[in-house]
Ligand binder design. Structure first.
Ligand code: DAH
Length: 341
């Protein structure tokens, strides 16, 4: 029996094949139900009990060897004659890849920027880590303004308290005006930071789009028309706007703008707290002090500015109740915006 096994091993070791069919014939010859190894197993029953252990081990070894040898013969043809290649159908539709979706804030930001681009605004960006001059000083903030307090602003260097995380994108106004001469017509999207406790209605970071137009003879009427066009394109042609007097250090006069509530159509509902209006932005005519600080002559030029929160606009458009959802990145929430693409 041991002789037989040895002979069979030598036979298999020297077996070669010149095609895949020949490999298959070798497999049938040695490893199939009617093959040489099955025959050996059958003979195994007749082996004397004291030899069974040794012979059994040898047969197993031979079986493994035969399997490996035939597989390696098969592999040597696989690249040359891969049956998979013959079956490859290049006209079949590919399995769709898994693609992500755009974040709702990016969707709304892009929509906002497109509307302003259609009115001739170009995009400007500035750093999130800023200095006091660009965020406050140049924008006419008095030295004791509460925004300059540690309570409201994240300072990066304490002494002097000069480097900080910008609290609004108005800082990009200064960044652009100090290097360019009018006409300037820009929108500045970006992330801003405020030292707020995180809740459904407030977050320590959020996003804004700032707008600035400086030229000769720019008036409040120009501002109003641009904002009306924006509101109607963003929220629909039925949208009404109203401007309420307000105060910002960098604009004079200043205003806040409301749009008619698109949930109740202005009749008053829980969303607009019964008023029929919802606030969306701050705006005004650029204060001459700001122009001067940036090297632009207020006797020749005038301009307007406005700033709004992207989260706020997104809430109005998609009724997201909790601000925290925007930064949790829960895919169930993000997938809801798939169809908005
Ligand atoms: N920077 C203001 C804020 O963060 C928003 C703002 C108000 C920007 C009036 C402006 C403006 O340009 O004119 O609340």
């Amino acid at each position: 029996m041991l002789e037989k096994i040895k002979a069979l091993r030598e036979e298999i070791a020297s077996a070669t094949a010149s095609s895949l069919e020949e490999v298959e014939q070798l497999r049938i010859k040695y490893l199939s139900k009617k093959g040489a190894l099955t025959a050996l197993m059958n003979d195994f029953r007749t082996v004397a009990p004291e030899l069974k252990r040794e012979v059994g081990q040898k047969i197993n070894e031979l079986k493994n060897f035969a399997g490996e040898h035939i597989n390696s013969l098969k592999e040597s043809f696989a690249t040359a004659e891969d049956p998979g290649l013959e079956e490859l159908d290049l006209t079949r539709t590919a399995t769709p890849g898994c693609v992500g979706t755009r974040h709702p804030l990016s969707l709304v930001k892009n929509e906002m920027l497109n509307i302003f681009a259609s009115m001739g605004f170009t995009i400007a960006e500035g750093p999130e880590v800023e200095d006091d001059w660009h965020v406050f000083e140049s924008l006419n903030f008095p030295p004791d303004h509460p925004a300059r307090d540690m309570q409201d602003t994240f300072f990066i260097s304490r002494n002097p308290a000069d480097i900080l995380l910008r609290t609004h994108t108005s800082s990009v106004q200064t960044r652009v005006m100090e290097h360019a001469q009018p006409p300037i017509r820009i929108v500045c999207p970006g992330r801003v930071y405020r030292n707020e406790a995180i809740s459904a209605r407030a977050h320590c970071f959020f996003h804004q789009v700032e707008g600035l137009y400086i030229d000769k003879n720019v008036s409040f009427a120009d501002l109003k028309q641009v904002l009306l066009t924006f509101a109607r394109q963003m929220f629909g042609p039925q949208t009404k706007i109203r401007l309420r007097p307000s105060y910002f250090p960098f604009t004079e006069p200043s205003a806040e703008m409301d749009i008619s509530c698109d949930i109740c159509g202005g009749k008053g509902c829980a969303f607009c707290k019964g008023t029929g209006w919802v606030e969306i932005l701050g705006c005004g005519m650029v204060d001459p002090n700001v122009l001067k600080a940036c090297g632009i002559d207020p006797e020749i030029y005038s301009g307007y500015a406005f700033g709004m929160g992207i989260e706020r606009i997104t809430n109005l458009k998609y009724k997201v109740k909790d601000l925290r959802m925007f930064s949790e990145n829960d895919v169930r929430f993000l997938r809801e915006f798939e169809s908005a693409h």
